[in-house]
Design a protein around this ligand. Sequence first.
Ligand code: SDX
Length: 391
Amino acid sequence: QTGYTALDQGFVNTAATKSAITYIDGDAGILRYRGYAIEEVAQHSTFLEVAYLLIYGELPSTDELAAFDERIRRHTLLHEDLKRFFDALPHTAHPMSVLSSAVSALSTYYENELSVRDHDQIEAATVRLLAKLPVIAAYAHKKSLGQAFLYPDNSLSFVDNFLKLNFGTMAEPYEINPIVSKALDRLLILHADHEQNASTSTVRLVGSTEANMFSSISAGINALYGPLHGGANEAVLNMLGEIRDSGQTVKQFIERVKNKEEGVRLMGFGHRVYKSFDPRAKLVKESAEEVLAALGVNDPLLELAMELEEAALADDYFVERKLYPNVDFYTGVIYKAMGFPTRMFTVLFAIGRLPGWIAHWREANADKSTRIGRPQQLYVGAPARGWPTDR
Ligand code: SDX
């Protein structure tokens, strides 16, 4: 073993990079985007303004934001050939697989926007991704329904256009519900960045090889898909449904979790960094109650989620391990009330996280001290041995 390498599985104690984008204090439950507290950002900002802040580092002027919004609106159309891409997939395709595949395919349409150095190409790729990811996501949703794809409506805001693409049809005019629109914009803000989480670290690692932005983001989407990461919001709804359908009580389920029954976890709980509470979870829980009440939706799964939270927070097993609700615990109940199918939940997380991924990819590529990511390992395999003579 040449020199001693400390093993740090899961990078619990390893800082892989410097970054100026997002700050988290896990013990104090603090989250700041470019220095602004998440509570203030969620209250005062919009998702596109937050995207601008994360990517460019400062809040935009009114004109800068208008120009940013306009540039994105003007790139919402997918190439007509790319729309045929969806025909190749079964209608049962999971939207996260559709998303990562389509984003990877997107790079083949923009061969002159793959640079990791040219500012104009990086700007172009940034706008293409912000404009087209929601459209690809909506088409994945429509594909699963067997419904026609709508064209984007550039007279609408980023979120309203996305809602119309998902829930509008060719046969009826679609009316935006302002409550849903505002709530979704806020949820996207809450997902916009989270420093070196697994998917963002993936985007940085892939970007460290000088792979283009599209390919790096596609890798991030795949990392987010996992149920231990962004896929948890889908897993929470499945967990709540299983508890309800099985007739088991909250107490019985909590016992199964504590007994570490194979594959039984309290999804939406726990976090590598937050060891007190996830400030986003508090804001999402407030939103859940507001949105469901405003939509007149009375979902017993929300009550069940609150019962689970109460039971866990009163149980030493969870308290000792500092397990609290994370951002994924309550989001699914809101997305469900908005009309999204469960398998679209992590896609919504990806749309929210896209500005963060882009900001980190750009930061890493602009940082001259960035080196290709290549961790060491501790070798524990077979010692040197000769090739068998009888083969
Ligand atoms: C996100 O990193 C980010 O910032 C991610 C994210 C972002 O914005 O990008 O915040 C988004 O991914 C949120 C997390 C969503 N995942 C889930 O909700 C899945 C359930 N949570 C866990 O799998 C887990 O808590 C993780 C993955 C979130 C964190 O994993 P860690 O830090 O490796 O913790 P661990 O698995 O080592 O758990 C420590 C202990 C263990 O018990 P012991 O072995 O010490 O007895 O806590 C237990 C675990 O068994 N534990 C849980 C649990 N989470 C941890 N027990 C029951 N239910 C859980 N959810």
